[in-house]
Design a protein around this ligand. Sequence first.
Ligand SMILES: Cc1cc2nc3c(=O)[nH]c(=O)nc-3n(C[C@H](O)[C@H](O)[C@H](O)COP(=O)(O)O)c2cc1C
Ligand SMILES: C=C(O[C@@H]1CC(C(=O)O)=C[C@@H](OP(=O)(O)O)[C@H]1O)C(=O)O
Length: 388
Amino acid sequence: MRYFTAGESHGPELTAIIEGVPAGLPLLAADIDDELARRQQGYGRGGRMLIEKDRVRFTSGVRHGKTLGSPITMLVENKDWKNWQTVMGAEPVEEKQKKMRRVSKPRPGHADLVGGIKYQFSDLRNVLERSSARETTMRVAIGALCKNLLKELEIEVAGHVLEIGGVRGTVTDDLSFTSIKERAEQSEVRCVDSSVETQMKQVIDQAKKDGDTVGGVVEVLVNNVPIGLGSYTQWDQKLDAKIARAITSINAFKGVEFGVGFEAARLPGSKVMDEIVWSKETGYKRSSNHLGGFEGGMTNGMPIMVRGVMKPIPTLYKPLKSVDIDSKDVYKASVERSDSCAVPAASVVAEAVVATEIAVAILDKFDADAFDRLKAEVGRYRTYTQEF
Ligand SMILES: Cc1cc2nc3c(=O)[nH]c(=O)nc-3n(C[C@H](O)[C@H](O)[C@H](O)COP(=O)(O)O)c2cc1C
Ligand SMILES: C=C(O[C@@H]1CC(C(=O)O)=C[C@@H](OP(=O)(O)O)[C@H]1O)C(=O)O
């Protein structure tokens, strides 16, 4: 399976084309829309989310609620487009109109300056329109399709927020996968530890008041993953590496860890490796999951546990110093309408990109032309791994 996304933040619409999805997978626009709505929620978002109501439209690859095996095209309309038609239209405009909403004072931490230098733009809006995390809408749409496929194979994905602006929630060991999923859904900050929710919201409110922003840490868990997705045989076949790339490809994500993660540097081997146990009913299992479900770049059958760190949003209402690209004089950076914290929304994006990587690994490994055959093959393979 491969895919592309396209679309500018204030252009007419966003597009995704996905190729290699098996034929016969049940797929409804409503399944995608539910996930798109989850991404739009979360405490700390700015005014744009009040304008948009993301809904998908299939224009190819789906018929009567099932995939056809041909490329799937998904479109999401930007409701804000009606306010930007002159600024963002495809047809040539007068010089005077070209100056409308022109950006010449790059925001530190956003793509503005480097993108402008690279593509030789005199208006940095040409950069920010595509570097905007509006693009993550389509990655969530693709992830929703992949979650549909995984659900049919009894694989579940859950994302939640661990930390915002230095306030960290605790996830106790006795919390089941289901309760993590449910609790995240009930929380405005998508944190399963309700005792820190108010504090997280206060940190976001304070940042907003100060014209500042905050980042945080999200976690994605994947349950019931078959053993042996990915491979140790070639560096670029390692699935943990592909997931790490997918996470750091989310706008503003700066780091990834699996299982105990960076803490592994401070622990002895006996506290990091997961002991192997066996029973006739379950086959091979581990008595702990410090390695977050990966050994040798392959899934080991334990839940995948991956975390990503998001830096604070770069656009500051109290802007940092920048340089005007025309005069080279020192100015405050441009202020675009912006979120103060998008960590809860980003946890939904993280879920989507992890689901996508796992779906791709499954489609690579098994006969994936027809969904029923894929499902049967995955079932047989699970029996094999249990009896090994
Ligand atoms: C869901 C989400 C919403 C975001 N909202 C904003 C925003 O409102 N303003 C902003 O400056 N950056 C926002 N960002 C972050 C920027 O898109 C990102 O920092 C920028 O593209 C530069 O990329 P980099 O931080 O990965 O280097 C958001 C990121 C995500 C994941
Ligand atoms: C539009 C979305 O997020 C946007 C991401 C973003 C950025 O710079 O990344 C900047 C803001 O754009 P705008 O100036 O239009 O409000 C966010 O709202 C979205 O998540 O759908």
